[in-house]
Ligand binder design. Structure first.
Ligand code: PRP
Length: 209
C-alpha cells in the first residue's frame, strides 16, 4: 500500500483530481463527510487529508510514503525528503511587501512580519541586511498597517489581499508551486510503485501544460 498525504483544501482537491486522472482514483474521497483516510485496495493506494503545512512532517517521518506540498513549506522547514516532481499547480510567489509610502532606511533594523521566518532570515542574510523577525501565524498583512512591522514576507497569489489593504510587492523572493515529495526509505523499498505514480502524474502535468 502506498500512503499519500494530500494537503486539505482547494489545492488538495485539485491534486487528488490529478492522482485520479493518473489512474489512482478513490471515489469515496468525494463523499461529503469528515473522514480523513480513504483507500482503494485495488489500486493499492491510501490517501490522508493533512493540514498543508504538516504534509512534509508525515512524509519525512514515514507516516506517508509520498505527499504533495508547496515549495514554500519545503524552503521554510527544509525536511529531509526527496522532492521529485513539480506539479505546476498552486502557483504563487514568496514576496516582500510594504505600505506604498515605505522608505527603507538601511541604517535601521528592518522589522519583518512573517509566517516564514527561515525564508525571510535567509533572504535578508544574503543581502547582509539586519532584521528583526516578528513571527505571526496569519493575517500577516495587518502588521505594516498597524506599524507592527516595516515589511512582510508572505505568499502572494492573485495580489488581491495586498491590494485591498493598500500594500504592494517590493520584491519577489522565489516562485512557488506544489511539489511531489517522497520519504527517503519508501523510495528505496517501494521504488517501482512510487515511480509509477510519479510517471502518471508527470504525464498529467505535461497534458495540462
Ligand atoms: C495567504 C497569504 C495571503 C493570501 C495571498 O493567506 O498569506 O494573505 O493568501 O493570496 P492573494 O494574493 O490571492 O490575495 P491565507 O489565505 O493562507 O490566510 P492567512 O491570513 O491565514 O495566512
Amino acid at each position: 500500500m502506498i500512503n499519500v498525504a494530500l494537503p486539505k483544501g482547494r489545492l488538495g482537491e485539485k491534486v487528488y483530481k490529478m492522482f485520479a486522472e493518473a489512474g489512482y482514483e478513490c471515489p469515496s474521497i468525494l463523499e461529503n463527510n469528515r473522514k480523513l483516510i480513504f483507500e482503494n485496495r485495488e489500486k493499492n493506494v491510501r490517501y490522508f487529508w493533512v493540514k498543508p503545512s504538516d504534509v512534509s512532517i508525515y512524509v519525512e517521518r514515514g507516516a506517508a510514503d509520498i505527499g504533495v506540498c508547496g515549495k514554500d513549506i519545503l524552503l521554510e522547514y527544509e525536511p529531509d525528503i526527496y522532492e521529485i516532481l513539480d506539479l505546476n499547480m498552486g502557483k504563487c510567489r514568496m514576496a516582500v511587501a510594504s505600505k506604498k509610502d515605505f522608505y527603507d532606511n538601511t541604517e535601521k533594523t528592518l522589522r519583518v512580519a512573517t509566517k516564514f521566518a527561515n525564508i525571510a532570515k535567509k533572504h535578508y542574510a544574503s543581502k547582509c541586511r539586519n532584521i528583526d523577525i516578528i513571527k505571526l501565524n496569519g493575517s500577516i498583512e495587518l502588521a505594516p498597517i498597524l506599524d507592527l512591522s516595516d515589511v512582510i514576507v508572505d505568499i502572494v497569489e492573485t495580489g488581491t489581499t495586498l491590494k485591498e489593504n493598500d500594500l504592494e510587492v517590493i520584491e519577489t523572493i522565489v516562485p512557488i508551486s506544489a511539489r511531489l515529495i517522497v520519504n527517503k526509505s519508501s523510495f528505496k523499498f517501494k521504488t517501482e510503485e512510487i515511480e509509477k505514480i510519479a510517471q502518471g502524474l508527470k504525464e498529467q502535468v505535461e497534458l495540462n501544460d
